[in-house]
Design a protein around this ligand. Structure first.
Ligand SMILES: N[C@@H](CCC(=O)N[C@@H](CS)C(=O)NCC(=O)O)C(=O)O
Length: 218
């Protein structure tokens, strides 16, 4: 099988890149990482070498190029069925896809107000009604998944799945902006933040020196 190459943005800021990187790393799938710093004069040209969409993440696999974080993880799930990147049961898998898509398509208020920024000292900011609505819905999703499907482990569907990868950057936002959450939400956040994959990503992120001013919120 050809080797996998994942093209990503800065680890400190690129939440969409973090998702397939987490999925590959937790699943133990070998890949080569290529990091393109975002928001520099060269970014567009460097990304366009890899992606027709001009955005990261992008997965390269021989002659195949896959862009869009969720499509990349769907591709990985098909390439490596034995890694069970989606839950095994049809009904759990349907809900995992629903909540993964809900994340991919939504929560714009939270994403705009609270950009992922792993280096930022933990500090609250004023929250709009819309952001609080996004937070409440996400807490409900995590609670519902954990209650209905989470018996076999500490992740949303028991063992780690693409749904967890999709929500990992949200965990960092809740943490960075000290968003008040329920105890069960906090427990799930610890589960994600204690994975080796998350720790490795964060360790690399905090060493980066590039600054994306648009993502620096105070
Ligand atoms: N829907 C896309 C979003 C990708 C995206 O917005 N990536 C950002 C970085 S996190 C990017 O490439 N920004 C560079 C730019 O827009 O020039 C996905 O899920 O992969």
């Amino acid at each position: 099988m050809s080797k996998l190459q994942l093209v990503i943005g800065n680890k400190n800021y690129s939440s969409w890149s973090m998702r397939p990187w987490m999925a590959l790393t937790v699943a133990g799938i070998p890949f080569r990482e290529t990091l393109i710093p975002l928001d520099t004069p060269e970014t567009a040209a460097l990304v366009s070498v890899h992606s027709p969409a001009g955005r990261v993440p992008v997965l390269r696999h021989g002659r195949q190029t896959v862009w869009e974080s969720l499509a990349i993880m769907e591709y990985l799930a098909e390439l490596f069925p034995e890694r069970h990147l989606w839950p095994k049961a049809v009904s759990a898998r349907a809900i995992a896809r629903a909540v993964a898509n809900e994340m991919h398509a939504g929560f714009g208020a939270l994403r705009n107000a609270c950009p992922m920024n792993l280096r930022r000292p933990r500090k609250p900011i004023p929250m709009s009604e819309q952001v609080l609505k996004d937070v409440a819905r996400i807490e409900q999703i995590w609670r519902d998944c954990r209650t209905a499907y989470g018996k076999g482990g500490k992740f949303l569907f028991g063992r780690f799945s693409i749904a967890d990868a999709m929500y990992a950057p949200v965990v960092t936002r809740f943490d960075t902006y000290a968003i008040p959450v329920a105890d069960d939400t906090r427990a799930y956040m610890h589960t994600i933040m204690n994975t080796e994959a998350f720790t490795a990503w964060r360790e690399a992120a905090v060493k980066e020196t590039w600054i994306v001013h648009a993502d620096e919120v105070d």
